[in-house]
Design a protein around this ligand. Structure first.
Ligand code: COS
Length: 379
C-alpha cells in the first residue's frame, strides 16, 4: 500500500495542527473542568471547512477524501479529543449519510448548512436498552397522514443539546426487527422533542452528551431519510465510516501521550540524569511509538479502502479496535512515566487517560468490533 501523502494531505494536516495549537489548546483545560461546549471553536472549524470535509463542494462541503479527514481529526484530537468527537459526529455520522441517501430537497435544506458548520448535527441510535444490541429499538415512529409521530428516549447522544438537527432511528414496524427501523431528520425546536438529561462524564467532558426524549413528536414524512425499513442498514453503514473517525481520534490521544512523555523524559531528572537515559523509560517510549505507528497504518488503510470504493467495514473495525486500545495503553504508560505528576490535573496526561477510555466504547464497543471482524472472516 502506498501511504505517501499528497500536497493537499500535507496542507490539511498543517492547517489542522496550527488551528489545534493556536485556537483549541488555550482553553482546553478550562473547558474540561467546566464541561463547557466549545461553540466558538466549532464555528471556526466550520469556516475552515472541517465540519463537512468529505461532502462534495456542490453541497457546501470541502470535497476532500477520508485520508484528509483522518489527518485532521488526529491533529485536533491530539490537542482536544472533545473537539475531535464533535467534528467526527457531524462529518461521519450526519453529513455522510445525508449526502449518500438524502433527497435533493433534504440536501438543499439541511446538508449545505451542516457541511459548512453553520448548523450542527447529532446521530441518535442508542437507547437505554439498545446500545450494542442496536436493532432493539424502543423508540417508535407511527405514520399519521403526511407525518410520523415519534415516541421514545435516546441515550448518550454526542452533540445532543447543541445540535440543530438530529438523525433519529426509530421502529416503524416492530414486527420486522432490524428491517422495521427507519431514520428521521428532526429539527431542534420541533414540539415534543426535548433534551432530557446532560451526562456528567469521566472524559471528553467538553463534548456535549445528553439523552433526548420524543413525546408525540410530529415529523414530516419528507424528513424521513431513505426508505421505510432501511434505517438499521443506514445506521450500520454510517457507523462504518464513523469508526474510522474514532480510530483517528484515538490516534490523536495516543500521539499526545507519546509527545508529552518524550518531552517530560528529557526534562525530568532522577539519579542525576534525565529519565530518558533509563532503559525502563526508553522501552516504554519505543513500545508506544511502535503501537501508534501500527494504529496509524490500520486507520489509513481503512480510510484508503473507503476512498477507493472498496468494502471497509472490517478494516474500520480493526482500526478502531486497535487504535482505541493503543490510546488507553499509551495514556497509562504516559502517566507511569510522569509518576506523581501524571496523576494530577496540572499535567495533561491524566486527561488523556480519561479521554481515551470512551474510544473503546462509543460507535461500537471493542467487543462489537471483534464481532464485525470475525463475521467478515467467517462469512
Ligand atoms: N452494512 C450494511 N448492512 C448491514 C451492516 C452493515 N455494516 N450490518 C448489518 N447490516 C444488515 C444485515 O445485512 C442484516 O440485513 P440482512 O438480513 O438483509 O442481511 C441487517 O442489517 C441486520 O443485521 P444483523 O443481523 O447483523 O444485526 P444484529 O442485530 O446481529 O447486529 C451488530 C449486528 C451487533 C454488529 C450491530 O448491532 C452493531 O454494530 N451494534 C453496535 C452498534 C453501535 O455501534 N452502537 C453505537 C451507537 S453510536 S455511539
Amino acid at each position: 500500500m502506498d501511504f505517501s501523502f499528497t500536497e493537499t494531505h500535507r496542507m490539511i494536516r498543517e492547517t489542522a495542527r496550527k488551528f489545534a495549537e493556536e485556537r483549541v489548546a488555550p482553553g482546553t483545560i478550562d473547558r474540561d473542568e467546566k464541561e463547557e461546549f466549545p461553540r466558538e471553536i466549532v464555528r471556526e472549524l466550520g469556516a475552515l471547512g472541517f465540519m463537512g470535509m468529505m461532502v462534495s463542494e456542490q453541497w457546501g462541503g470541502s470535497g476532500l477524501d477520508t485520508i484528509s479527514y483522518v489527518l485532521a481529526i488526529e491533529e485536533i484530537s491530539r490537542v482536544d479529543a472533545s473537539v475531535g468527537v464533535i467534528m467526527s459526529v457531524n462529518n461521519s455520522l450526519v453529513c455522510y449519510g445525508l449526502e449518500k441517501v438524502g433527497t435533493t430537497e433534504q440536501k438543499e435544506k439541511y446538508l449545505r448548512e451542516l457541511a459548512s458548520g453553520r448548523r450542527l448535527g447529532a446521530f441518535a441510535l442508542s437507547e437505554p436498552e439498545a446500545g450494542s444490541d442496536a436493532s432493539n429499538q424502543r423508540t417508535v415512529a407511527v405514520r399519521d397522514g403526511d407525518a410520523y409521530l415519534l415516541n421514545g428516549t435516546k441515550n448518550w447522544i454526542t452533540n445532543g443539546s447543541s445540535a440543530d438537527l438530529v438523525l433519529v432511528m426509530a421502529a416503524t414496524d416492530k414486527s420486522k426487527g432490524a428491517k422495521g427501523i427507519s431514520t428521521f431528520l428532526v429539527e431542534k425546536g420541533t414540539p415534543g422533542f426535548a433534551v432530557a438529561k446532560k451526562e456528567r462524564k469521566l472524559g471528553i467532558r467538553s463534548s456535549d452528551t445528553v439523552s433526548l426524549s420524543f413525546t408525540d413528536c410530529r415529523v414530516s414524512a419528507s424528513n424521513r431519510i431513505g426508505s421505510e425499513g432501511d434505517g438499521f442498514r443506514f445506521a450500520m453503514q454510517t457507523l462504518e465510516g464513523g469508526r474510522i473517525g474514532i480510530a483517528a481520534q484515538a490516534l490523536g490521544i495516543a500521539q499526545a501521550c507519546l509527545d508529552a512523555s518524550v518531552s517530560y523524559a528529557k526534562e525530568r531528572k532522577a539519579f542525576d540524569r534525565p529519565i530518558a537515559e533509563l532503559q525502563a523509560i526508553q522501552f516504554k517510549l519505543a513500545e508506544m511509538a511502535t503501537n501508534i505507528d501500527a494504529a496509524r497504518m490500520l486507520t489509513l488503510k481503512a480510510a484508503s479502502a473507503k476512498d477507493s470504493g472498496k468494502p471497509y467495514g472490517a478494516e474500520a473495525a480493526m482500526a478502531k479496535l486497535f487504535a482505541s486500545k493503543v490510546a488507553v495503553q499509551s495514556a497509562l504508560e504516559a502517566i507511569q512515566i510522569h509518576g506523581g505528576y501524571g496523576y494530577v490535573r496540572e499535567y495533561l496526561v491524566e486527561r488523556y487517560l480519561r479521554d481515551s477510555k470512551i474510544t473503546e466504547i462509543y460507535e461500537g464497543t471493542s467487543e462489537i468490533q471483534r464481532i464485525v471482524i470475525a463475521r467478515s472472516l467467517l462469512k
